[in-house]
Design a protein around this ligand. Structure first.
Ligand SMILES: C[S@@+](CC[C@H](N)C(=O)[O-])C[C@H]1O[C@@H](n2cnc3c(N)ncnc32)[C@H](O)[C@@H]1O
Length: 242
């Protein structure tokens, strides 16, 4: 955990300069404190900021992956409060479910099903454990289906689905993921919602021609939370070239 701080700091310097990076330190510490409250309460271990090791990953996508970082509960709650469809009609799927923090939040809402796909074997194994620990405090929670797979090739459920993404990969991988979504829609046209937290690569979604933007909050890098919500166009628009 500690060894990744310099990496995060240098990344912030390269994005916005030294002043920006220094200004983010108190925000980062406050966010860490708030994230850790959840683990203290439930005895889970879902806060882990470590680069993804290529040796622990299914598929070839490690160099396209972001560092694992959980979504704060307050951000998730605000995103779910602005959904344009009822959770009861949707399968929830976290693309890059990490240590399971988001599927735990979702399991206490009334989705049809809750699924997490994570390509790091280490994170996946620890997420399975977190689900079992969380269940002790929330015996009524929905079952959570966790799969260790590369999300850009793993088959998506052929039901109305909410795709949740918290900054899992880079722009190139995002484009591949959108092609995967396009193929899935071609095989089974259906409404999809796409919820993207910290939407640095929203261009990949806009350019896919599959979705219309419904909700836009904050700018990427906004410490108080930024996200977007899209829904598939009624005719799914122009498909990306294959
Ligand atoms: C920023 S973390 C988000 C974790 C969790 N979704 C949350 O919001 O709390 C992104 C996760 O995506 C995973 N990931 C990156 N590329 C992936 C891929 N191609 N397939 C599956 N998981 C991937 C990473 O290993 C990491 O755990």
């Amino acid at each position: 955990m500690i060894r990744s701080w310099p990496t995060l700091f240098l990344r912030a310097v390269s994005r916005g300069g030294l002043g920006h990076a220094l200004a983010r330190i108190p925000v980062y510490l406050e966010r860490q404190w708030s994230l850790r409250q959840f683990d203290r309460r439930y005895h889970t271990r879902t806060v882990d900021v470590r680069p993804i090791d290529p040796k622990e990953v299914v598929g070839e996508g490690a160099r396209h992956s972001s560092t694992h970082m959980p979504t704060p509960q307050e951000h998730f709650d605000r995103m779910m409060a602005s959904l344009p469809m009822s959770p009861q009609d949707l399968v929830f799927i976290d693309i890059g479910s990490g240590l399971g923090r988001v599927v735990l939040y979702a399991s206490t809402l009334r989705f049809k099903r809750v699924i997490g796909i994570e390509f790091s074997r280490r994170l996946h194994t620890e997420a399975l454990r977190n689900v079992e620990i969380f269940r002790r405090a929330h015996p009524e929670m929905l079952p959570v289906e966790l799969t260790c797979a590369d999300a850009v090739s793993h088959e998506l459920p052929r039901e109305d689905t909410l795709l949740f993404l918290h900054q899992p990969f880079d722009f190139e991988m995002f484009q591949r993921f959108m092609l995967h979504v396009a193929r899935s829609l071609e095989a089974a046209p259906r409404p999809l919602l796409l919820v993207y937290c910290e939407p640095r690569h929203q261009k990949a979604i806009d350019e896919s021609g599959l979705f219309e933007l419904l909700v836009a909050v904050g700018e990427p890098g906004d410490a108080s939370g930024a996200w977007r919500i899209w829904r598939t166009l009624p005719d799914m628009g122009r498909r990306p070239d294959r």
